[in-house]
Ligand binder design. Structure first.
Ligand SMILES: [Zn+2]
Length: 296
């Protein structure tokens, strides 16, 4: 992707190197667990959801795209290891800025107003309005604070462990999370979250897959517009399609546990993720991203 010298988003919150979030080392505990405060209350509510409805609270609040629980953090990161790649920061800021341009224009065309999300960079652990999370959960979007959360070590994992290399693989990850923000703006995220709370786990997972595939399709819409603007390089779309394939539920499950349990899918198969990204990228038409009606 051609990104050098282009506008960088200012909607980035860098929470790295500040003690690693809650429970981080060395007196930098920014966000302690507040006795009797909202944190505990949220945990209790989520705990009840989990026990009462068999819903993984992480999925209720949109934790996401991980290589999830089966993958453990491998890299031992010391100071600087993560932060050395200044270029990565610039790249992320340009991609986020590009999504702002695309979606502001798109919403304007629909006669609506887009609100730019904030991207939080963190290391290891982070506290969001959706609860606490660790890097192991992968990048995620929290609708409550309208922020995207990203530990850039995920990019390394994507490249080295999952075989999804290239800058546009990384751009796709960001664009997918922004896709969830778009869903928050259109109201689909709230509606599906409410629906899912009344469902069985298998049903809830099935809805989650449709939500995720729509976010993939919206990532494709972004790629489409960015290509129209002339910023894509040869091989970029292939990098995104490869990444979509590498993080399909069936592929991840086969890697981590050797078997595949379709009822537990929350993001869709590799084939589905590739298909919906491609659909958005080739059509450039948001109406083509209706994953909620008909077959997926
Ligand atoms: Zn997602």
């Amino acid at each position: 992707m051609e990104w050098r010298g282009r506008r960088e988003s200012s909607n980035i919150e860098d929470q790295r190197g500040s003690g690693g979030g809650f429970g981080g080392g060395g007196g930098g505990m920014r966000i302690p667990i507040r006795a009797g405060g909202g944190g505990i209350g949220l945990l209790i509510i989520l705990g009840i959801l989990w026990i009462g409805f068999g819903i993984n609270p992480m999925s209720v609040i949109g934790m996401d795209d991980g290589t999830s629980s089966s993958q453990t953090q491998t890299a031992q990161r010391g100071p600087g290891v993560d932060g050395t790649a200044d270029e990565t920061d610039n790249f992320i800021a340009v991609v986020l800025g590009d999504t702002e341009d695309v979606w502001n224009r798109r919403f304007q065309d629909m006669g609506r107003q887009y609100r730019d999300p904030t991207l939080v960079l963190f290391t290891d652990r982070v506290s969001s309005a959706c609860g606490n999370a660790s890097s192991a959960s992968g990048p995620f979007y929290c609708p409550n604070d309208q922020k995207l959360y990203l530990d850039t070590s995920f990019f390394r994992q994507l490249d080295r462990d999952l075989g999804a290399s290239g800058d546009f693989a990384q751009a796709y990850v960001i664009a997918h999370e922004v896709g969830h923000h778009v869903q928050n703006m259109t109201g689909i995220l709230q509606r599906t979250t409410e629906m899912r709370q009344r469902m069985s786990e298998a049903e809830s997972n099935a809805v989650s897959v449709r939500v995720e595939l729509q976010a993939d399709c919206y990532a494709g819409i972004w790629a489409h517009d960015t290509q129209q603007a002339g910023y894509l390089e040869k091989g970029d779309l292939e990098e995104a399609l490869n990444a979509a394939s590498r993080i399909g539920d069936d592929t991840l499950q086969r890697r981590s546990q050797g078997t595949v349990v379709p009822d537990s899918f929350t993001h869709g198969t590799s084939a589905q993720r590739v298909e919906w990204f491609r659909r958005g990228a080739t059509s450039g038409d948001m109406n083509q991203c209706d994953t909620f009606n008909g077959r997926i």
